[in-house]
Design a protein around this ligand. Structure first.
Ligand code: ADP
Ligand code: ASP
Ligand code: MG
Length: 402
């Protein structure tokens, strides 16, 4: 089998852990697998690097952000390749550029353009295990780019697609995908198999176990994905095309603490206002989540939307840029909110599920600030301080615990 194995930050946080993983990779190789390894930065290295930059200049430009943030992975690849050679395997470390990973020039959240097959395949054909730096690529102007926090998963899937691998294994610090984030719910059920669509909804709404774009890529290019524990034997969770059920079903719960709400007050209720506003956001490549326009009096509305914390600065700049033109009133933001979502099949088609979501939240006296839905999800924005309590009551209501 031709396999891409990706190891996340906590799995390679010490040199002991790197050696253990190298030993396991060497055994897989001896069993006959052809392997490309993708690694993240060790432990919390990326946070440390970004913090250094912040100390020097909180408004440093994003090219420099990528330049420093990408270095964590460069440490890991050299260590992993060296650990592999200690176990008698030929191995070569490669930066994103050296591996042939091309992106656009959107620093800090670059989009992948292509992964060249040639370099990696010729190494594999020579019996060498390539160890590729996750999270980074190279822009058309030859600058280092990064793919957004958690982006090593996306590197792994892109490499798997690029070389036509049979499987992309994501090794992490949990033994698969659970029905709820184990940090918020005591004993969530483990999921053995899940569809790309459901996993996309989960990743898009807070389940950081997989980077959203990695699952989107895997679905588009039919890359088979497995999430497994890096240091314990387990079957893990398979993410693949699963025949759609008709029966409404709540399979999982996700939470997202990384959101900020932006409210534009008193915008004129005339055609073109939303388009002008969101054009500015689009020009800055800001990803949006919930958008709510409230009915108002006197021909004016409020428009509220949420963005991720990382994109807040760009979003606020976009809104301030267009404020005069659209004759808006005040603009304010709120970073005390969080989002809780349930994900499954045909959710919005079942008013019983919708009722139970709202009733569970109401049963502990928590107010819902914003709601958004899709066919397979309901999300509610609530006060962040209530998130744990709400996660517990919602997971109980839908039987998501053991
Ligand atoms: P890595 O460093 O390996 O990339 P991440 O921290 O990005 O690991 O992702 C793994 C973490 O995702 C787990 O430790 C877990 O806390 C979190 N997580 C959130 N939601 C889920 C879920 N539904 N199932 C499993 N893990 C989840
Ligand atoms: N090291 C990067 C981060 O911390 C990428 C990753 O771990 O996937 O976001
Ligand atoms: Mg991750």
């Amino acid at each position: 089998m031709l396999v891409v194995q990706k190891y996340g930050g906590t799995s390679v946080e010490t040199t002991e852990k790197i050696l253990k993983i190298a030993e396991k990779i060497a055994q897989d190789y001896d069993r006959g697998d052809k392997i490309v390894v993708v690694v993240s930065a060790m432990g919390k290295t990326t946070n440390y690097l970004i913090n250094l930059l912040d100390q020097v200049n909180p408004n440093a430009n994003s090219r420099e952000y990528d330049m420093i943030a990408s270095t964590g992975e460069q440490i890991s690849i050299a260590l992993m390749a060296s650990a592999l050679s200690r176990y008698g395997k030929k191995s070569v470390s490669l930066t994103g550029f050296q591996a042939g990973i091309d992106t656009d020039s959107t620093y800090s959240r670059a989009a992948l353009k292509r992964v060249y097959r040639g370099k990696l395949m010729s190494l594999i054909d020579d019996g060498i295990i390539p160890v590729v730096a996750g999270f980074q690529g190279i822009s058309p102007s030859g600058d280092i780019t990064t793919l957004g926090r958690g982006g090593s998963d996306t590197t792994a899937v892109a490499v798997a697609y690029g070389i036509g691998a049979d499987l992309c294994e994501i090794y992490t610090d949990v033994d698969g995908v659970y029905a709820a984030d184990p940090r918020y719910v005591d004993k969530p059920k483990k999921i053995d198999k899940i569809s790309y669509d459901e996993m996309i909804e989960m990743a898009a709404h807070g389940a950081k176990v997989l980077h959203l774009r990695s699952v989107e890529l895997a679905r588009r290019y039919h890359v088979k994905l497995v999430v497994k524990h890096a240091h314990m034997k387990s079957e893990g969770t398979i993410i693949e095309e699963v025949g759609r059920l008709e029966e409404p079903l709540v399979r999982s719960l996700t939470v997202d603490e990384g959101i900020v709400k932006i409210v534009i007050e008193d915008v004129p209720d005339i055609p073109g206002i939303a388009a002008k506003t969101f054009k500015q956001l689009s020009d800055r490549h800001v990803s949006l989540d919930m958008i709510v326009q409230s009915m108002h009096r006197d021909g004016k509305n409020d428009i509220a939307f949420t963005v991720s914390k990382e994109e807040f600065k760009d979003a606020l700049e976009a809104v301030n840029h267009v404020k005069e033109e659209i004759k808006a009133g005040n603009i304010h933001s709120d970073d005390t909110m969080a989002k809780i979502s349930i994900v499954g099949v045909n959710i919005i088609g079942s008013s019983e599920i919708v009722y139970n979501m709202f009733d569970a939240i109401a049963s502990i006296g928590v107010n819902i600030d914003m709601i958004s839905t899709s066919n397979s999800r309901i999300s509610c924005v609530i006060k962040r301080e209530k998130l744990r309590e709400v996660a517990k009551v919602v997971s109980k209501r839908f039987g998501l615990e053991e």
